[in-house]
Design a protein around this ligand. Structure first.
Ligand code: ATP
Ligand code: MG
Length: 405
């Protein structure tokens, strides 16, 4: 009988000092939560590693899920067999053969946890190495930098054998950096910002502004679908819809063309901050990239950021569009993001927004609005949807759509 256990290394966590235990516990919990379909697995941990006993769960499937869990540096499957030398030899040969060993170098690295075992590590390395050399043509021993490292641990009743190490996603376990709200539009950039927030351990909630009937139900659905895509990296996300129609109409009526965009963004930020406070979150994330469009100049940031002291983190601020696109392709949001549904900003977008708005003017034009009343009414009508990793548009929602078309 062969059992499989996956050994997980956590990298950056090792430096977390007193918080280390909390981090490890959170990571173990996130691993468990990332693969609900494999309910037979057991996740355990000690000070140095997390171990996943597969108990018959599909190893390839579990490895695929593990690749998306933040806080993991690398992981290795370990095959656990009875302490039978002949069995160990055949298992090692099979494992090395799987690694397309022709023309490669290898090393056997034995460790004895049980020192009472009859053979010492030198003897075992030589004996097991000879078997590999015999069984596999065109392979050579290399002690310093082997292509294939076969680790054999001698335990009281078992051999633990391992040959492969897989790269993890890096980052920090989601939930260990506190909670943030992400301003999530239907575009390319903000889902990438959401992903990068999760990568640094931030538990996120998504805030989305929509302005029916100027924006379509499909645009709203697209934002929800994008949120669902991102749950792959951190589990369920609360999706908070903000009704923005009244505010956009008021702005359109009272604010001159050149400042529409700046005032719109100020109102969005105020609302996001009010939601952040209500949801006990610490920071706001958005998908702004410096210089990409008029609202994303530093002058604009000054004019918009004026409404709050809350930290605003812009994970893609310094990236080129192409770099952002590459990440969106990796995380599988790109194809959805480029679907052509107008969001609330494009509909009311002025033809020539100011790229260098002045703070005083933005404040002045905004004072023509009943800011407090507008905010209160929007806040009273938030709609929250709990989006789980298995989220799909349900039939009811689809029916509602066709009614509106
Ligand atoms: P994205 O691809 O994320 O839509 P963008 O390049 O289209 O970004 P803008 O439309 O200027 O940029 O928006 C800048 C940021 O403002 C977005 O990344 C997002 O964080 C936020 N934002 C814009 N529109 C909305 C919306 N309808 N709901 C929530 N957040 C929004
Ligand atoms: Mg956009």
């Amino acid at each position: 009988m062969m059992e499989t256990r996956i050994q997980v290394r956590f990298g950056e966590l090792s430096t977390k000092g007193r918080n280390k235990k909390r981090f490890i516990q959170k990571l173990a919990q996130n691993i468990r939560g990332a693969m609900p379909e494999y309910d037979q697995i057991k996740v355990k941990y000690d000070h140095d590693f997390i171990f996943i006993d597969l108990n018959g769960a599909d190893e390839v499937g579990v490895r695929e899920k593990l690749k998306d869990v933040f806080g993991i540096q690398s992981f290795s499957p370990i095959y656990i067999i009875e302490r039978d030398l002949e069995l160990a030899k055949s298992v090692i040969i099979d494992l090395v053969k799987e690694m397309e060993p022709s023309g490669k170098t290898f090393k056997i690295a034995t460790r004895r946890a049980d020192h009472s075992y009859e053979h010492d590590t030198n003897w075992l390395n030589a004996e097991l190495g000879a078997v590999v050399l015999d069984a596999i043509p065109d392979i050579a021993v290399e002690v310093k930098k082997p292509d294939i490292r076969v680790r054999v641990d001698v335990k009281k009743e078992h051999f633990f054998i391992s040959t492969k190490t897989y790269q993890g996603a890096g980052g920090l376990p989601v939930g260990t950096s506190g909670r943030g709200v992400v301003m999530l539009s239907g575009g390319i950039d903000s889902p990438v910002a959401a992903y990068l927030a999760l990568k640094r351990g931030v538990e996120i909630e998504a805030v989305h502004f929509h302005s029916p009937p100027y924006t379509s139900p499909q645009a709203l659905q697209k934002a929800k679908d994008l949120t669902a895509k991102v749950t792959r990296f951190g589990g369920s996300i609360q999706f908070i819809e903000v009704p923005f129609t009244e505010i956009q109409e008021a702005i359109k009526e009272h604010v001159p063309e050149g400042y529409l965009m700046t005032v719109t963004r100020r109102m969005m930020l105020r609302l996001t901050d009010a939601i952040r406070e209500k949801r006990n979150a610490l920071a706001i994330f958005n998908g702004e990239s410096l210089g990409q469009v008029a609202s994303q100049t530093m002058e604009s940031m000054i004019a918009i950021n004026d409404v709050t002291n809350t930290p605003i983190i812009r994970p893609v601020a310094t990236m080129d569009k192409q770099e952002i696109i590459e990440i969106s392709q990796q995380i599988d949001t790109f194809d959805l993001s480029i679907q052509p549904f107008e969001d609330c900003c494009t509909i009311f977008a002025p033809t020539a927004p100011k790229t260098k708005p002045r703070l005083e003017k933005a404040r002045y034009y905004e004072s023509r609005l009943d800011v407090e009343g507008l905010i209160d009414r929007a806040m009273a009508n938030l709609v929250i949807t709990h989006i789980k990793p298995d989220y799909t548009t349900d039939v009811q929602e689809e029916l509602d759509f066709s009614d509106l078309l």
